[in-house]
Design a protein around this ligand. Structure first.
Ligand SMILES: NC(=O)c1ccc[n+]([C@@H]2O[C@H](COP(=O)([O-])OP(=O)(O)OC[C@H]3O[C@@H](n4cnc5c(N)ncnc54)[C@H](O)[C@@H]3O)[C@@H](O)[C@H]2O)c1
Length: 421
């Protein structure tokens, strides 16, 4: 805990980037009585939020946003406004060569620099490589040579900076924003204490204080831990396939050991976090991050292995039902989904096949698949009826509940291990 009295934030808190992280954070802060200025470059997002509506699907977020907007505690704008605290929650993808792309963080930081008056706190929530919070301090110094920044004047800066990574699970964001433990890493100990005071307003988990680079690395380690362990399970799946063994049985039995917990294999790893963040570590220490890079490559190879398994079973000119397109079960997010990648590769490799994609959470194919005449979106019943091969890509509850007995006579590829008898 930081100690000290609760801050009042007379000029409010500006949250820069109103996406899956920034919008729920804005709403939760506003719900705690803070005046929140949401800032986003996307005019559609700004208009929707000002109308009390949301542009992302997240349980209960619509009600909360409507309420805090009606109460006048949350307004959105495209331009930076003066505030006491700036929370940066903009995207941090990687570039083509797997190098981190900090373009959005840099643009947001330089924009914030223009409205600083001294006395503000700037918090980076975006997932970033070690050294990024220090880089923000340097960018502000370039824009505002009149201000004293922590990397130059650690004892008495005009502006304080800290990194506070986000670790919420989409679908449980509002709950986990409050209940999760948080790591707060300042450029100085005083930066950490000031940042922690903001999170104490709504976070009921433990708030651990550290330095900025350690906080940045800790966040990357969390997602890399998941990626490496999933890669182990995926590699086991490939090995067991070669040896004619059922990987699900092997893992289930191995997990009876009291200190073993092998994760479940699948068709690959998707989403914006687990498939991206390990590359930030690999880029920071290329010669040393051997296991981490290998794990990424193992997981990126999985869609092709599924394509090969399907292709062996699919007759010339046949029809394949591809069940699920989302990047994980029971969400509507099709972006960076390994299931979409499997269908895309199958369409490329086997133009003779008709691919019937089933996705209960989508009413249209994603752009990556819409380009193929041989790929069409179908309801589950039709797809099963017309198919020679059924491949389960995502175990949405509705798909996992299918009785495999009703699929008799078709080739089956179960990438999730849910149809085993
Ligand atoms: N989504 C998650 O579950 C999750 C979980 C943990 C961490 N993160 C990290 O949080 C960060 C944000 O992710 P997200 O999923 O909320 O992204 P998002 O794409 O949903 O939203 C980002 C928003 O930022 C806006 N934006 C981009 N540049 C801007 C700028 N210069 N000024 C103002 N607005 C700008 C975009 O228009 C967009 O609305 C990323 O670093 C991500 O890795 C995300």
């Amino acid at each position: 805990m930081s100690g000290g009295t609760a801050p009042t934030y007379e000029r409010g808190v500006a949250v820069v980037g109103l996406g899956y992280i920034g919008l729920p954070t804005s709403a939760v802060l506003a719900d705690r009585g803070v005046r929140v200025h949401g800032v986003d470059l996307d005019q559609r997002v700004v208009d929707m939020v000002n109308g009390g509506r949301v542009h992302i699907i997240e349980p209960d977020l619509d009600d909360l946003v409507r309420r805090v907007v009606e109460q006048g505690r949350l307004t959105a704008t495209r331009d930076l406004v003066p505030a006491d605290v700036y929370v940066v929650a903009v995207p941090t993808p990687f570039k083509g060569d797997h190098e981190p792309d900090l373009t959005h963080v840099e643009a947001a930081t330089r924009a914030i620099a223009q409205v600083l008056q001294g006395g503000e706190l700037v918090i980076l929530e975006s997932t970033c490589p070690p050294g990024s919070t220090a880089a923000m301090s340097a960018w502000i110094a370039e824009e505002r040579p009149d201000l004293r920044l922590p990397h130059q004047h650690p004892d008495d800066p005009d502006v304080h900076l800290a990194h506070c990574p986000e670790r919420v699970l989409p679908g449980k964001t509002l709950e986990e924003l409050v209940s999760n433990d948080r790591v707060v890493g300042g450029l100085t100990p005083e930066c950490s204490r000031r940042a922690a005071r903001l999170y104490e307003l709504f976070c009921e988990g433990e708030i651990s204080l550290t330095d900025a680079a350690t906080a940045e690395m800790a966040k990357l380690v969390e997602n890399t831990f998941r990626d490496v362990n999933i890669a182990f399970a995926n590699e086991l799946a490939t090995i067991c396939d070669r040896l004619g063994l059922d990987v699900w049985s092997v893992i289930e039995l191995a997990n009876h050991h009291p200190r073993v917990n092998v994760l479940q294999p699948g068709p690959g790893v998707g989403g914006h976090c687990i498939a991206v963040d390990p590359w930030f570590i690999a880029a920071a220490a290329p010669a040393q991050a051997r296991l981490i890079r290998q794990a990424r490559e193992v997981n990126d190879d999985r869609p092709q292995q599924v394509v090969d398994q399907v292709s062996v079973q699919a007759p010339e000119g046949g029809t394949v039902a591809c069940l699920g397109l989302a990047f994980k079960p029971d969400v509507d997010d099709l972006r960076q989904s390994p299931a979409v990648e499997v269908v895309r590769r199958l369409a490329e490799a086997r133009p003779d096949l008709t691919l019937l994609a089933v996705e209960p959470y989508a009413d249209a194919l994603p752009a990556e698949l819409a380009a193929y005449d041989t790929v069409v979106l179908r309801d589950l019943g039709t797809a099963l009826q017309e198919s020679d091969v059924v491949v389960l890509l995502v175990h949405h509850a509705e798909l996992a509940a299918l009785d495999p007995a009703t699929l008799a006579g078709r080739g089956l590829v179960d990438t999730r291990g849910v149809w085993r008898s």
